[in-house]
Design a protein around this ligand. Structure first.
Ligand SMILES: Cc1cc2nc3c(=O)[nH]c(=O)nc-3n(C[C@H](O)[C@H](O)[C@H](O)COP(=O)(O)O)c2cc1C
Length: 284
């Protein structure tokens, strides 16, 4: 007896795709494609969710999401990442001021902390009585960040396919040593970023934010710098219009130039190398 083949999910219609592309890019000037799948349509409809309903995230749902995370590619089959699941309300409240003090953090039913984890390589090296010198290199740290990001994004897509919502939390790098201590991380491990997870509240007003035109990020054979400034200005126009529709006066170019002007907007992340070194990830 063979396993039953599950029914194919409905194929998105051309109209659904065009509508999703228009929202995704914040313009009616979009180029649809034939190679659309339910997965792609779902990805086009991503939006960060910062307001959650009371509906709990079940252990079964979490298992599905984290299993999808584990299916992501991992550099050299090493698995340089871990994830810490935080559900305890008191623990969320302890972590909140460490990770940006953002209002929605302790309201999320689940916090996930995606960890660069080189600890297990030390365990194996120590047991074998050999050094683990290559874990000290920037390459090893970067591999851990890349692995963690790939796993996390697989989790995000899986969560959204179930109808749940996520928001990444870069603020989880604001106080790396304190956050690591709160999560009981071993040496040679650090949080790459956090993620809130929960069912979107019916009152959540967040809309799909426009992305730059493909011409800004997709190049063929060689990077085309000549079109970059006009594309940046076009994206700024779309983004500013998007926020104006919310009644928010926002200037994307001013925001970017202000963020990168100096270190004022980093909330502690400007000392990340020092913090990583203290946590046993010297990143030489
Ligand atoms: C690594 C990373 C860190 C982020 N950190 C935060 C954060 O600390 N707080 C927050 O509200 N959103 C955070 N975000 C969400 C972004 O602001 C959001 O993805 C972006 O504005 C685009 O909006 P969208 O996800 O709704 O399309 C983060 C996103 C990424 C990828």
């Amino acid at each position: 007896m063979t396993d039953a083949i599950p029914p194919a999910p409905p194929q998105p219609t051309r109209d659904e795709l065009v509508a999703a592309l228009r929202t995704r890019y914040g313009t009616d000037d979009v180029t649809p494609f034939d190679a659309v799948t339910p997965t792609i349509l779902h990805q086009l409809r991503h939006r960060s969710v910062r307001r959650f309903s009371d509906r709990p995230v079940t252990e079964d749902e979490l298992r599905a999401i984290l299993t999808a995370a584990q299916a992501a590619s991992t550099s050299s089959n090493q698995t340089s990442w871990s994830v810490i699941v935080v559900r305890d309300q008191a623990h969320k409240e302890e972590l909140k001021p460490l990770i940006g003090d953002q209002t929605f953090i302790d309201k999320a039913p689940v916090l996930l902390f995606w960890v660069v984890d080189l600890h297990r390589f030390h365990l194996l090296a120590d047991r074998a009585g050999v050094p683990a010198a290559a874990t000290e290199l920037l390459e090893a740290t970067l591999v851990g960040f890349v692995d963690a990001a790939l796993a996390a994004q697989n989790a995000a897509v899986a969560a959204e396919s179930l109808g749940l919502g996520i928001t990444y939390i870069g603020g989880a790098r604001n106080h790396p040593e304190e956050t690591a201590a709160s999560l009981g991380l071993p040496p040679n491990a650090a949080v790459a970023f956090g993620m809130t997870l929960g069912w979107p509240s019916p009152t959540d007003r967040a809309r799909i934010r426009p992305r730059p035109a493909p011409a800004m990020v997709v190049h063929h054979e060689r990077y085309d710098d000549a079109r970059m400034l006009p594309e940046l200005d076009a994206f700024a126009t779309r983004t500013n219009a998007f926020f104006a529709a919310y009644g928010r006066d926002f200037d994307w170019v001013a925001y970017i130039t202000d963020h990168f002007r100096d270190y004022h907007d980093l909330h502690g992340r400007e000392r990340l190398r020092e913090a990583l070194t203290a946590l046993g990830l010297p990143s030489r």
